[in-house]
Ligand binder design. Structure first.
Ligand SMILES: [Mg+2]
Length: 258
């Protein structure tokens, strides 16, 4: 187990770790500033591919911390990087929000609206229509490469859990018999590779701080980072005891990092 003093880069999940919806966890924003004062770099890493980096920047500001765009990593950005590496210039059908499509275009992705696309990207589409869904399943049924931005089943919200990309993956599987060829987001390697490149740091100097075992902590442990679980979100003591994903550190809240 790596002493926390040797960690240079702290990657943070948001919901359940730093905030609950629009409410910051008591003291969490001050903790981020204290880490900065100690010379630690702080990044916000989210699987949510329905929003743009600038949306997160505004949200973090509302929570009480001044983040730059360079401190924010989304699974949408990591997906753009993956597509540019492996499917450069191909026609990409995106089951996703207009915000995500616009962001992908800024990375040079050829966003394609019809079902004769070369690749299907499944994201957290909060603007889902039946027509979009049907086109997406037709691309997958045609045997084209199928990429998902992240695997989360639900996205917590003030109005209850929202069906997230992982739930759409199940729906596409029932329709086409296929699972994604690649999932980019936490806990998988493409997101880790992108994050390490983005932060210009090696895995052994990075820690991931989050509240979810099967995405946040698995992400850290599977990719050689230090995994820090906080008990302010989804995970209960019982879940932790029964889990085969073992965090390096378990903290009552992010404030224990001070
Ligand atoms: Mg969380």
């Amino acid at each position: 187990m790596k002493p926390l003093q040797e960690i240079e880069v702290f990657l943070f999940d948001m919901d359940g770790t730093l905030n609950m919806g629009e409410q910051p966890i008591d003291g969490a924003m001050e903790t981020l500033r204290i880490l900065n004062q100690k010379g630690k770099k702080v990044y916000f890493v989210t699987n949510n591919s329905s929003k743009a980096r600038s949306d997160y920047q505004k949200k973090i500001k509302r929570l009480g911390y001044e983040a730059t765009l360079d401190q924010i990593v989304t699974s949408g950005m990591a997906t753009a990087s993956y597509l540019n590496k492996h499917f450069s210039g191909k026609k990409i059908y995106v089951l996703g929000t207009q915000t995500l499509k616009n962001e992908l275009k800024t990375y040079g992705i050829n966003v394609w609206e019809e079902e004769d696309a070369d690749v299907m990207v499944l994201a957290f589409d909060t603007e889902l229509t039946y027509e979009k869904l049907w086109k997406a399943t037709n691309v997958v049924s045609a045997g084209k490469p199928y990429i998902a931005t992240h695997p989360d089943f639900v996205c917590p919200s003030d109005r209850g859990n929202m069906p997230d990309a992982g739930a759409y993956i199940a729906l596409v599987e029932k329709t086409t018999g296929r699972l994604p060829d690649v999932i980019v987001g936490k806990p998988y390697a493409p997101m880790a590779e992108f994050t390490a490149e983005f932060c210009k740091t090696d895995y052994d100097k990075m820690a991931f701080v989050g509240d979810r075992l099967y995405t946040d902590i698995k992400f850290a442990v599977n990719n050689g980072m230090t995994g820090i679980l906080v008990m302010t979100g989804e995970t209960t003591k019982e879940m932790l005891e029964q889990s085969d994903v073992k965090p390096d550190y378990v903290l009552d809240s992010v404030n224990c990092l001070r």
